[in-house]
Design a protein around this ligand. Structure first.
Ligand code: HMG
Ligand code: MG
Length: 298
C-alpha cells in the first residue's frame, strides 16, 4: 500500500549548488529560493555553513539567509559540520540544522577531515547547543549504500552510526546514497535490517540518481512505509568529495511520479518547473531531470 502523503525536503540550494562549477550570484539564489517557497515546500535546506575554501559555492550562506522571504509554513534548514558552522547558522535564525556523518571512515575523513570517532564529540556538542537554542536537528548518514573509497559498506556500520546519531538526540535520520549506487533490493535489505535494529521516529531517504535507480529506490522505500524524501530540483547536485557522485534524485521527477500514483506532496508542479527553468538559466547547462528534458524540448 502506498501512503496518501509524502513530505519532500528540497536540498537543491545546498546539495545541488555545492556541486555546480558555476557560482550562482547571491541575488539569483535568493530569487530562486523564494520561488521554491512559493511552490509549496514545507522544508528547504537553503545552504551550509562550511569552510568557503572547501565549498566556495555556498560561501554566501549568511547573505542568503538574511534576504530570503521566509514562509511561516516552511522550515528553513542549513547544514553545519561543527560549532563554528552552528554559530553562523544560529546567527541567521534558521529553523533547523542538519549534521552529517559518513558510514565509511575514509569518506568521512575526505569530507570533513576527521575520523568517525573524532566526529562524534563534535556533533554531540552541535546537537546539544542547537537543542538549547530551541532548534531541531536532522542527522544525515552518508555512503549508506556504498563508498567511493571503501566500496561496499556492511549494514552493521550503518546501524552503528545511525544509532549513535540517534543517541546524540537528532530528531530525524536521513540515509544518504551519496554516490547513487543503491539498487531496490539493497534498499529493501538495509531498511529491513534498520527497522529491526533501531527505533526512530522519523526516517528520510536521500537518493542520488547517478545510475538512474533513485525512483525505483523510492518505490521500495514507500513500500517500507517511508514518507520523507530528499531531492533536488531538476536533479542538480552531488557530493564534491565523492568521486562519481552526480545529482540528487530530481524533485520534479519525484513529484511527477507521486502525483501520477495519487500520492500527495503539497507541491505545485507547474511552479516547480518555472523555478527549475529559472535556476537552469543561471547555469551553463541543461538540468538532467526527465521533466526538464521534456520542458527543454517544448
Ligand atoms: P578543517 O580544515 O579540518 O577545520 O576543516 P579546522 O577546524 O582545522 O579549522 C581550520 C580553519 O577552518 C579555521 O580557520 C577555522 O576557523 C575554519 P583559520 O583559523 O585557519 O582561519 N573553519 C570554518 N570556517 C567556516 N565554516 C566552518 C568552519 N569550521 C572551521 N564551519 C571543516 C573542517 C569541517 C570545516 C571542513 O572540512 C569543511 O568545511 N567541510 C565541508 C564539507 C562539505 O560541506 N561537504 C559536503 C556536505 S556533506 C554531503 O553532501 C552529503 C549529504 O548530502 C548526504 C549524502 O548525500 O550522503 C549531506
Ligand atoms: Mg547528498
Amino acid at each position: 500500500d502506498l501512503p496518501e502523503n509524502v513530505t519532500i525536503k528540497e536540498v537543491g540550494p545546498r546539495d545541488g549548488l555545492q556541486n555546480e562549477p558555476v557560482e550562482v550570484p547571491t541575488e539569483d539564489k535568493i530569487a530562486w529560493i523564494d520561488r521554491l517557497s512559493e511552490a509549496g515546500y514545507s522544508y528547504i535546506e537553503f545552504s551550509s555553513f562550511v569552510h568557503p575554501k572547501w565549498i566556495p559555492q555556498l560561501k554566501d550562506a549568511r547573505e542568503v539567509a538574511a534576504s530570503i522571504k521566509r514562509k511561516p509554513s516552511t522550515t528553513y534548514a542549513a547544514l553545519v559540520p561543527n560549532m563554528k558552522g552552528l554559530e553562523g547558522a544560529l546567527d541567521t535564525g534558521v529553523d533547523e540544522v542538519s549534521v552529517f556523518m559518513s558510514a565509511s571512515d575514509t569518506h568521512n575523513r575526505k569530507n570533513i577531515n576527521k575520523s568517525i570517532e573524532e566526529t562524534y564529540p563534535v556533533l554531540g556538542e552541535v546537537v546539544s547547543e542547537a537543542k538549547k537554542a530551541g532548534k531541531t536537528v536532522r542527522g544525515y548518514v552518508s555512503t549508506v549504500f556504498g563508498c567511493p573509497y571503501e566500496g561496499d559498506i556492511p549494514v552493521h556500520q550503518v546501524v552503528d552510526v545511525s544509532q549513535r546519531l540517534l543517541d546524540l538526540g537528532i530528531d530525524e535520520l536521513s540515509l544518504g546514497d551519496t554516490i547513487g549506487v543503491a539498487d531496490p533490493k539493497q534498499v529493501d535489505t538495509v531498511l529491513t535490517e534498520l527497522k529491526q535494529q533501531l527505533s526512530f521516529n522519523d526516517l528520510a531517504m536521500h537518493f542520488h540518481n547517478t545510475r538512474g535507480m533513485a525512483l525505483a529506490n523510492v518505490l521500495v522505500s514507500l513500500q517500507h512505509g517511508i514518507t520523507t524524501f530528499d531531492s533536488s530540483l531538476g536533479g542538480l547536485g552531488g557530493c564534491p568529495y565523492a568521486k562519481g557522485a552526480s545529482g540528487n534524485l530530481a524533485t520534479d521527477d519525484l513529484v511527477h511520479m507521486l502525483h501520477q500514483m495519487g500520492v500527495q506532496t503539497g507541491l505545485d508542479l507547474e511552479k516547480l518547473e518555472e523555478a527549475a527553468l529559472f535556476i537552469q538559466s543561471k547555469l551553463n547547462k541543461t538540468l538532467p531531470s526527465h521533466q526538464m528534458q521534456v520542458l527543454n524540448k517544448e
